[in-house]
Design a protein around this ligand. Structure first.
Ligand code: 13P
Ligand code: SF4
Length: 308
């Protein structure tokens, strides 16, 4: 069976849209109607007039799409496609934490469950985090969760007082500083660009720090430069497509990592076959409790409003 042809046929027949993150395997990125970062994907999910959203990403992203479009069917090719950041923030413990600091504004990174969003004042993504934090009055203390690395980067950039939750991305924490130094010795004229989920010592080596879309745009704006790219390796597919003549090398991961570069095994659980199956069967679907949707919608909408 020609999967690409069948997916395109089903998509038309069912009025479905395929939204994919830059970390998805190349064949999924190639068949998607829209490929983007977390913010772009939320914006698309909020405005689509499709009846079915096939979310080629991880669970928290598909959940965000369901919160924004509760009347639509949202399917995820593999329901096990989770995220270490979302896993690091259980709702009960987080609720206690927020209750212990009632004077703090609660800002959560979009990489968390719907229950955590429902406990938040405002949500952010890596592309608008600085702007969202700066939108809070200067004398107001902030709780930031769940990514301590992104949180530390925001504190450094804004000088804001923030209490950080102890979560991290296993993919962005897998970069090896020693190997990165070695690689840079081999390619001394390459600039390092990094995602803010990376640890501080990696970020300190970077010429540019930004979201996946930000990194792609930076590469496009610097056609005469060469880059070492410190984020999930799936992003190289879009970068190479946009800038076929730019030299790009993925940042190396530590010895014990499953692959030489950093790959997110959650993102890679989705395959073209699973995407076809979920579109055909309209399953597995993302379901979110109505009360949680009602509470989680406002902090997401606040973010979208501030990101216009
Ligand atoms: P962005 O694409 O929003 O930068 O997020 C990166 C990421 O790790 C998503 O899981
Ligand atoms: Fe989560 Fe990191 Fe994978 Fe993104 S790359 S889904 S933050 S584990």
């Amino acid at each position: 069976m020609d999967l690409v042809k069948e997916i395109n046929r089903l998509k038309k027949e069912k009025n479905a849209v395929i939204l994919a993150h830059y970390y998805q395997v190349p064949e999924i990125q190639d068949i998607a109607d829209y490929v983007g970062d977390s913010l772009g994907l939320s914006q698309q999910a909020a405005k689509t007039d499709a009846d079915i959203i096939v979310f080629a990403g991880v669970h928290f992203m598909a959940e965000t799409a369901k919160i924004l479009s509760p009347d639509k069917t949202v399917v995820l090719p593999d329901l096990n496609a989770g995220c270490s950041l979302a896993d690091a923030c259980p709702p009960d413990a987080f609720k206690k934490f927020t209750e212990a600091h009632p004077d703090h504004v609660v800002i959560t990174y979009v990489n968390c469950s719907a229950e955590i969003k429902a406990l938040s004042d405002i949500v952010c993504t890596s592309s608008n985090a600085l702007k969202i934090v700066e939108s809070v009055p200067k004398d107001t203390p902030i709780i930031f969760a769940p990514d301590k690395n992104l949180g530390a980067y925001i504190i450094k950039e804004t000088g804001r007082d923030m209490l950080l939750w102890d979560g991290s991305c296993i993919v962005h924490e897998a970069f090896s500083m020693d190997k990165l130094i070695e690689l840079h010795k081999k390619y001394p004229d390459y600039k390092i660009i990094a995602h803010p989920e990376s640890e501080e010592h990696i970020l300190n080596t970077a010429t540019y720090i930004g979201s996946t879309s930000g990194m792609i745009n930076y590469v496009k704006q610097h056609p005469d430069q060469k880059f070492i790219v410190a984020t999930e390796a799936g992003i190289l597919h879009k970068m190479k497509e946009e800038m076929p003549n730019t030299e790009l090398v993925p940042a190396p991961a530590k010895e014990d990592n499953t692959c030489a570069c950093s790959e997110c095994h959650f993102m890679k659980m989705n395959t073209l076959q699973k995407l076809y199956d979920c579109l055909l069967n309209e399953s597995p679907q993302i379901e979110v409790d109505k009360t949680i949707i009602n509470r989680a919608l406002l902090p997401i909408e606040r973010m979208l409003e501030l990101s216009k």
